[in-house]
Design a protein around this ligand. Structure first.
Ligand SMILES: [Zn+2]
Length: 454
């Protein structure tokens, strides 16, 4: 087996209904020249990200007729019988017609399926899934791009931007799965007074988007037990109210500057309950001390009363360097739970940065590239779906088995880097006829794929 058939097996194992889902996407009306099936076009679009082609035009070069097996492999993935390949504008036309909503819906079905098959259960914290909320810059232009760009002045130049706020589920084996998305634009910035600081603007925009994001998340996953994770800007009345309104728990970073009076009280109460302490040393020799206060009371600027727990963690490494973190959480904190809450909830925020956005920006998925000037959200969701699939392949036991068959320990050892994996996948898609057995859905359902943490 090579990487291509492993992708197919992984797809059919986790998402046996993938083709049926695409069939539920509305059919656009096409010009009568060449008709491409929507299933084929979705796979054409996903290939752009699975093979990390980095720009839409590369579809025409990398998946052209030099690749003798491209059409054959994609036809079987899509259950179609296309005789020719589309060009990149065909994809653009198609996505422009169907819009981004069906692609976002496809992503939702995939996450729902993973949850239903309990593939992610190992990552639960006190029975809840930790869902990180994190915003990032997305598209930046030097000329006005649309009516809704955020603008930012840098000296003489004005930048036109779009930002995005994501809800990312922390799965097992350090997977980070996109569950819901809100794009942030100047409609969010509208009520912020002119001349407000960049921080104030960011805060206003992200808090407004947080409410929409949580509403969308709840609508898509009505029964799911969720614990929102977020940075210090969410530790405020609105951040607590959003969690309450959408029946979620929360772990937010607690920063002294964000809630100064509460911070003072927290420090005073910590001294009054010295028994609330757990200390230990990590295998790397880092000394950790966790302290906490239960039932801390806070009244926000709108007069709403809140009660929650606060945790402080002090770390001292073998060279004596000290660092400190604090969080506010609605979860139960005790001698038994404090380390898990701080580690799996609070400290995991970096994962959204490292394994979510950074990977999507820097690994060849090219998040900040404008794949389209008109239907960019559709490409955004295709990227999220491809990244989800790639993570399941990368962390799944099929790839590990392949590595071991070839005398290597891990996929990274096998390919040199995960970036190289995309190149291998492209080579496989182009030149290797993926065996019929790889497409056997019944067989894919019976195999075991474990997501491996090591
Ligand atoms: Zn714009």
């Amino acid at each position: 087996m090579n990487i291509g058939p492993i992708l197919v097996r992984t797809l059919h194992h986790f998402f046996p209904e993938f083709t049926a889902w695409i069939d539920q996407i509305p059919d656009p009306r096409f010009p009568p020249l060449v008709i491409y099936h929507k299933r084929f076009l979705i796979w054409w679009g996903l290939s752009l990200f699975l093979c990390k082609l980095t720009s839409r035009r590369q579809l025409d070069y990398q998946l052209n007729t030099d690749g003798s097996e491209v059409l054959n492999n994609l036809n079987r993935l899509a259950s179609t019988a296309q005789q020719t390949r589309p060009v990149n504008q065909t994809l653009e036309y198609f996505l422009g017609k169907i819009g981004s909503a069906p692609i976002a819906w496809l992503r939702q079905r995939m996450v729902q399926r993973l949850l239903r098959m309990k593939a992610l259960d190992e990552a639960r914290l006190q029975g809840r899934f930790v869902v990180l909320v994190d915003g990032t810059g997305y598209l930046v232009f030097r000329v006005p791009h649309c009516d809704h760009c955020l603008t930012q002045r840098h000296g003489e130049t004005i930048l036109y931007m779009h930002q995005v706020l994501e809800a990312k589920l922390l799965g097992p084996a350090r997977t980070v799965l996109s569950m819901a998305t809100e794009f942030i634009d100047n409609r969010d910035a509208a009520a912020t007074p002119a001349g407000a600081s960049a921080d104030q603007l960011k805060q206003d925009c992200e808090l407004k988007a947080l409410r929409r994001l949580a509403a969308g998340l709840r609508a898509a996953f009505p029964q799911l037990r969720i614990c929102l994770g977020g940075d210090g800007l969410y530790a405020c009345g609105e951040g607590f109210q959003v969690a309450k309104d959408y029946k979620s728990d929360y772990i937010y970073t607690f920063k002294p500057g964000r809630l100064p009076a509460l911070w003072q009280e927290f420090q005073a109460l910590l001294r009054l309950c010295p028994e609330n302490q757990v200390a230990g040393t990590t295998p790397e020799g880092v000394r950790q001390v966790y302290r906490w206060v239960n039932d801390l009371h806070y009244t926000d600027s709108d007069g709403r009363a809140w009660t929650f727990q606060a945790i402080a963690c002090t770390e001292t490494d073998s060279e004596g360097n000290r660092s400190e973190w604090s969080w506010i959480t609605s979860l139960k904190v005790s001698h038994q739970t404090v380390v898990a809450v701080a580690t799996h909830g609070g400290r995991q925020r970096w994962r959204a940065e490292n394994e979510g956005f950074n990977t999507q920006k820097n690994s060849g998925l090219n998040l900040e590239h404008a794949y389209s000037h008109t239907c960019w959200p559709a490409y955004y969701f295709l990227l999220q779906i491809a990244h989800l699939l790639l993570q399941l392949v990368e962390k799944g036991s099929l790839l590990r088995q392949l590595a071991q068959e070839q005398g290597k320990r891990t996929a990274v050892e096998l390919f040199g880097s995960l970036k190289n994996m995309a190149q291998r996948l492209l080579d496989s898609l182009r030149y290797r006829c993926w065996p019929e057995e790889a497409f056997d859905r019944a067989a894919a359902g019976t195999i075991q794929i474990r997501l491996d943490s090591s």
